[in-house]
Design a protein around this ligand. Sequence first.
Ligand SMILES: Nc1ncnc2c1ncn2[C@@H]1O[C@H](COP(=O)(O)OP(=O)(O)OP(=O)(O)O)[C@@H](O)[C@H]1O
Ligand SMILES: O=c1[nH]cnc2c1ncn2[C@@H]1O[C@H](CO)[C@@H](O)[C@H]1O
Length: 434
Amino acid sequence: MKFPGKRKSKHYFPVSARDPLLAQVKTESEQTNAWIVGIDQTLVDIEARVDDDFIRRYGLSQGHSLVIDDAKAEALYQELTQNQLITHQFAGGTIGNTMHNYSVLADDRSVLLGVMCSSITPGSYAYRYLCNTSSRTDLNYLQGVDGAIGRCFTLISDNGERTFAISPGMMNHLRPESIPEAVIAGASALVLSAYLVRCAPEEPMRDATMQAIAYAKKHNVPVVITLGTRYVITEQAQWWQDFLRDNVDILAMNEEEGEALTGESDPLLAANRALDWVDLVLCTAGPVGLFMAGYTEDENKRKTQHPLLPGAIAEFNQYEFSRAMRQNDCVSPVRVFSHIAPYMGGPEKIMNTNGAGDGALAALLHDITANNYHRQQVPNSSKHSRTWLTYSSLAQVCKYANRVSYQVLNQHSPRLTRGLPEREDSLEEAYWER
Ligand SMILES: Nc1ncnc2c1ncn2[C@@H]1O[C@H](COP(=O)(O)OP(=O)(O)OP(=O)(O)O)[C@@H](O)[C@H]1O
Ligand SMILES: O=c1[nH]cnc2c1ncn2[C@@H]1O[C@H](CO)[C@@H](O)[C@H]1O
C-alpha cells in the first residue's frame, strides 16, 4: 500500500522500517489484507469526434448515456469507421476505471466483478480491455460469457460535450451466484454505479448488484455509489433517494447529478441534503472544484487552519480538518464540509474531462483503504481510537482527489497511465508553492 500523500506528522506512514516494533508487525502480514471491490458493466470506450447532426441522426441526446440496439450500434460503428472518425479505443466503464485508478494510485489490489468473454482472440475488444487494465486489478473473479462485452461509443461534439451510446453486448449478464461473498466481506468498500440498475428486466445484473449489497451489509462493508449521468437520476429521483437511504454509505456525484437527485443546484446544499441518506459525499463541480460533506464525532471535530469560506452554509469549512465517520459510529454526529478549487487552477490545456470525477473517487477510496490497512498494521494507534472512515481529514482528501482529477484532465484516457509523481514528497507543499 502506497500512502496517499506523505506526511511529516507523528502519524507518518507507511510506518518506518527502522522502527523495530512496527517492522515486526509489518513482516507478519506482508500480504496485503486491504482491498476494494467493484462491479461494472465490462465496456470498451470507442471515442470519436462527431457533429451535432450525427448525434441527432442516431436518436441520441447530447450529454446523455443511452443504450442502443445491435442494429443501430452496427450502423453507427460502420459510419465511424468509414469516415475514420475513431480517435481512441480504450478499456472503460466507470467502475472499471475507478478500480484501475485505485490500483495505480495505491499500487495495491482492487477486485473487479463483471463479465468477460470466455474465448478471447488477440486484438478483440475483450483482449484490449484486459491489456488496458492494471496488473494490480484482480480479474480472477470475472464471470465468463459466450458473447461480446459492451462497447461505449464516446462521441465528442464540437462544444466538447460527450455523449455515450452503449451497445451492451453481454455486459449485464453477471449473475448473483458469481458474486464471491468472501471478497466482499474482506473489502474496505464495495463500489457500484447507478448504471448497474439500468438493465433489461430479464438481465441478472440488478440481482447480482443487490446480492453484493446484501453481502456488504452483512459484513459491515461500506457501499459506495457513483451516479453516472444526471439523466439516469432525473427520471426517478425519489427512487434514488430511497435506494441511497437503504443501501448506500458513500455517494460520489457531480453537481448536475446532485441537482437531479436533490433539487439543489448549489453543490454544497446538494451534498448537505444527501447527508440525510448517506454518511459521506464527494461532489465534483468541474471548474468550481470539488466539495466533500460528511459526519464526525462532535468531541473530535477539528478546526481548519484555512480561511473560512462563505457559501450557502456560512463558514461551512470550519471543521474540514476532521476525519469522516459513519453517522452510526458517532455518539454525537456533526456535519462537516470542505471545498477545494481545481489543482493549480486546472491544467493549461484540458485533454479530456472524461473520467475526472472517477479519478477523484479513486483517491477517496485510496484514503479509506489506507485507513483500514493502517488499522490492521497498527491497531493500537491513536488514529483508531474511534471507528473512522477515512485516514485523512476531509480537507486532505479533497486535496488528494483534486490532484488526481488534474492528472486525468492532463492525459487522454480516463485511466491513469501512472501514479502521481514520486517527487511530490508532500502534497501540501507541491500544492501551495507554485
Ligand atoms: N474546466 C475545468 N477546469 C479546471 N478543473 C476542472 C475542470 N473540469 C474538471 N476539473 C477538475 O476535475 C474534477 C472533476 O470534474 P467534473 O466535475 O467534471 O467530473 P465528472 O463530471 O464527475 O466527470 P466524469 O463523470 O467524466 O468522471 C473537478 O473537481 C476539478 O478538480
Ligand atoms: O452505461 C454505462 N455503464 C458503465 N459505464 C459507463 C456507462 N456509460 C458511460 N460509462 C463510462 O463512463 C466513463 C467516464 O466516466 C467512460 O469511460 C464510460 O465507459
